[in-house]
Write a protein that binds this ligand. Structure first.
Ligand SMILES: [Zn+2]
Length: 71
């Protein structure tokens, strides 16, 4: 999960990125978590641009992320 945050924040080293990609290729829970986090990020970005994402949708995605067990 820490690794996921590094990747999403763009703070991971190239080695960490390789390691992470190799891991999510074989680990569905982590892959799903990555996809959801990315979707949430996109939503928040859209919000910041003033288009506005429905709060219910953001909450739904956040809940899905929190339910995923880190590997
Ligand atoms: Zn995993």
């Amino acid at each position: 999960m820490e690794m996921l945050q590094l990747i999403l924040d763009g703070d991971a080293t190239p080695e960490q990125q390789d390691e992470f990609r190799a891991h999510i290729a074989e680990c569905m829970p982590c892959f799903n978590s990555y996809q959801l986090d990315n979707a949430l990020k996109e939503l928040l970005k859209t919000r910041c641009n003033g288009k506005g994402a429905p709060q219910a949708l953001v909450d739904k995605i956040k809940m899905q992320i929190s339910q995923i067990t880190p590997h």
